[in-house]
Structure formats: C-alpha cells, structure tokens
Design a protein around this ligand. Structure first.
Ligand SMILES: Nc1ncnc2c1ncn2[C@@H]1O[C@H](COP(=O)(O)OP(=O)(O)O)[C@@H](O)[C@H]1O
Ligand SMILES: [Mg+2]
Length: 250
C-alpha cells in the first residue's frame, strides 16, 4: 500500500538494453519535500533511472505512479506537464543569449495580437527577475548573456527555467561535478532554497559531502539494483562511500 504522502512511486522498474540489465526491480517512494540522494558507482544505473523519470526513455518493466495514479512518462514534455523537471549536466543553456531569453526559450511571452508575434521583452525580463529572485539573483541584469555568469548562477538560470513550468520535482544529475568549491556551495544553496519552497529534489552525485549537506535520505544503487536506502542523519560521507562499494546498506 502506498504511503499517504507519496507523490511519486516506482514499483519494479527495470530497463534492459538487449542483454544488458541497466536497471532491475527498482522500488522507490518519493514524498513531497524530500531531498533524496541517488548514489552508486559508475554503471550502477543512476542515469538510466533519471532518463526514465524525465521521460527520455521508457522502462522495460514496472510501474510509475504520481499522486496514486499509474502513468506513463512518455516524453520529456509529459514529465514537465506532471511537474518533473530534469537538469542535465550541460544545463542546455544558450550561452550567447540573455538570461531572460534562456529562461523563456521555447515559451516566449508575446504582446499585442498573437498573429504579429511581437516579443514582450519587458514582461520576460520582469518575470525572469522574479523567478531568479527566489535564488537571491533577482538583481542581475536580465539582458546579460549567460556566458557572463558563474557556474552556480547558470544552474540558477536553468532552475528558473524549470520552475517557470511549475516543477514539483527537480532532478539534478551531478550538478557540482564541473564546478569549483565556491560554485558548488552556490548550487547546494539553490537546493536548500528549492527544499524551502516545498520542491522535491533528486540529487545524483558522486560527491558524498554534497549528499550529506543537503539530502534527507540516500538511495544506493549497485549494478542496476537498489542496494538499499538510508536516512542521511544515520550515516557519514565515509560510510556512504563504503556502502556504495560494498552494496551493503545499513
Ligand atoms: N543506451 C545504452 N545502451 C546499452 N547499455 C547502456 C545504455 N545506457 C546505459 N547502459 C548500461 O547500463 C548500465 C547503467 O548505466 P548508467 O545508468 O549510465 O549508470 P550510472 O549513471 O550509474 O553510471 C551500465 O552498464 C551501462 O553500460
Ligand atoms: Mg551516469
């Protein structure tokens, strides 16, 4: 039986590529406001799990339900419509376009009769500033190109774009992997702010200190299976590393 507050539930999720079982038998309950770490060695199945949740790929078996309703996450658009936004490592930003243009890419606001197709730059700038204000960056000039921004600020722009679509669940795949210490701290702060706003976060990370700093629970994958999960308060970075290697959780 599903827990009352389970927002997203996975049951027996598996994914095979020919003879390769990238994932098998994954059960996972994700509640509103969870910040969950997804950890595992290379090849454990983390990215495959994320591609399934983000609608980029279909599972070979198992069931996904949202708010108690079985659904097929048929495409990234379906995932977004259900409030699941995924930030990939490359963030898919256009560096030469402005902050506002990046946030409204593909969903530009218009003014006047729609047939004229006139872009409402002022409204997009204002709305972009309001979205970024949630991350303490509302004071940035929204006309600045994204190439001017720090790594942490770029993550905020990508998040603002995700949140424009009212995401309830944000999935981040190794968000600090390419960043320095200060920028990583900015990203961790973004995650804390998301949590503060009631957004659920799935954080895939190799960085055990990051996982310790922001998650409440850690799911450990090993060779495509769920080795187990543990409350963050009951573990340490070192212990996490050991569990990832051994596949023995607890
Ligand atoms: N498109 C694919 N075709 C074949 N095998 C794949 C594909 N994607 C992933 N795999 C395999 O599935 C397993 C899990 O990969 P992945 O989800 O990328 O792990 P992780 O992100 O934890 O490193 C690996 O053995 C990988 O080689
Ligand atoms: Mg991966």
């Amino acid at each position: 039986m599903a827990l009352v507050d389970t927002m997203l539930a996975l049951r027996g999720i598996g994914k095979s590529y020919g003879a390769i079982h990238a994932l098998a038998g994954i059960d996972l309950d994700i509640a509103a406001r969870d910040v969950i770490g997804i950890c595992g060695d290379n090849g454990a199945g983390k990215s495959t799990l994320i591609r399934i949740l983000s609608g980029a790929e279909q599972p070979s078996e198992g069931e996904i339900s949202i708010d108690g309703q079985a659904i097929a996450i048929a495409s990234p658009a379906t995932a977004l419509a259900r409030g699941i936004a995924t930030l990939y490592q490359d963030l898919a930003l256009a560096p030469r376009l402005s902050i506002a243009q990046n946030i409204f890419m593909g969903a530009e606001l218009l003014r006047g009769p729609p047939a004229l197709g006139l872009l409402d730059h002022r409204r997009m700038r204002d709305a972009a500033a309001a979205l970024l204000d949630r991350f303490g960056l509302g004071g940035l000039d929204m006309n600045r190109p994204v190439s001017d921004l720090s790594g942490g600020q770029r993550q905020a722009v990508a998040l603002a774009r995700a949140l424009r679509g009212k995401a309830r669940i944000v999935i981040m795949d190794e968000p600090t992997a390419a960043l320095g210490v200060a920028e990583s701290a900015e990203v961790l702060d973004l995650i804390r702010r998301l949590h503060g706003e009631g957004v659920t976060v799935l954080l895939v990370s190799h960085d055990m200190e990051d996982v310790m700093a922001v998650t409440s629970r850690v799911v450990i994958l090993k060779k495509g299976r769920k080795a187990g999960e543990i409350e963050t308060a009951r573990t340490t970075a070192r212990h996490l590393g050991e569990m990832i290697m051994s596949g023995v959780v607890g």
